[in-house]
Design a protein around this ligand. Sequence first.
Ligand code: F0G
Length: 445
Amino acid sequence: MNNNAYLKCIDPDCGLEYPIKSRNIECERGHLLDVKYKKTPSPDLKELFYNRRNPQGNIFNESGVWRFRELLNFCEIDTDNKDECSKYLVSLDGAEGRQSKPYHMSKVADFLGMNQNCLWLQPEGYNPSGSFKDNGMSTAVTHAKLIGAKRIICASTGNTSAAAAMFAANENMDCDVYIPAGQIAPGKLSQAYQFGAQIVQVKGNFDDALAKSLDDAKNQDGYTVNSVNPFRIEGQKTIPYRAIEYLNWNSPDWIVYPGGAMGNISSCGKALMELYEWGWIKKIPRIAVIVSEGASTLYDLYNGKFEGKKLRWNKGKPDTELIENYYTYLDRNGIRPQTKATAIQIGRPANILKGLRSLEFTNGVVAKVSDAEMLDAMSIVGLNGFDCEMASGASPAGIRKLIGEEIIKKDDVVVGILTGRQKDSSLAVDYHNDPANLFAIPPRG
Ligand code: F0G
């Protein structure tokens, strides 16, 4: 180890630093951490990353995550040395991120009222466990292995647990997953069982499950792999890397994500901050995060819908009291997050501060969409021959809304992330069985 990589608290006034092998997910004053690298990577790497698309029998070139390994080299290995890669880097035979790149989808573009050449959608559902989580789980489990952890632990609305259980099974680690009982898609639950995880059913919602899993991780020496783990964020940076690389390192105008715990926008923001600082991109894309109307914490706080104050990162001095007041208000009034898009049914986004930092850096926006809008968007993606789950429908549905509000312009270049694959078949069946739905093709006979 040559100490190029280390952990640093995100609060600029605190700034505590820790060695890379630290197991902490927050500093001792309770702030989230970033993985930092001292050296600036050479722009020549762009060519190397491109050439690795011909993997030449190396699974770490095949992997859409580890293809960019020089930018995530927290293990500080010789990235050219295949044996070292095999010893340290966790990969599902190069499958994580391998199939992910942006596509044009003409029917979706028409529905959104966009120029077809300007809209790109990047399906992350074709990852081995069926969602974007594999990008971050391969790196988080790599860190778990680096520090010798034997048991990983997470709370989940379903996709995190599927990814965690899959990588744990492959690495011969134990995996405990805390799920809100009765609130996750059956396909996701069955994955966790299939991959041999220990399911812990929590009465309540995801927020309750996360609180319990974090407590138990501390008390029972588990390694947390939720997106509060800074190494998850590192792997998820490769989602925008792949999109921007595909556009020849020309930034799009917008990158659009569904928002839940806000891990994805945290990682996108960090990726963009770094690329911009290194001079790899000249323009900063704007992040749009789309939440469900029924789980709209970030929308309400960011847009001044609560106490009339707009919550901002504010150069590292966010009004955290406003957040606490909002949570108290939710609790007092018995308001629980409620949406059929259970993946993003989250009231207390654990990465809200990193999310705000990303929004500040990118001059981002937060929009909200209804369940019906997400289902229509999910369905029109299907009519283009791509599969996505309801929460992923928030990306196109949100783009449509923001175009309607003239925040996104029709000829802006937009990359929307389709975060996961359909794992609740009843949603698509019910949608198409109801002729009243916009894109329904009801059965005949
Ligand atoms: N889309 C899908 C399909 C998800 O599963 C999630 C989160 C999100 C979007 C939101 O991403 O949390 O980074 O803002 N699912 C988590 C889970 C919470 O447990 O699987 P985020």
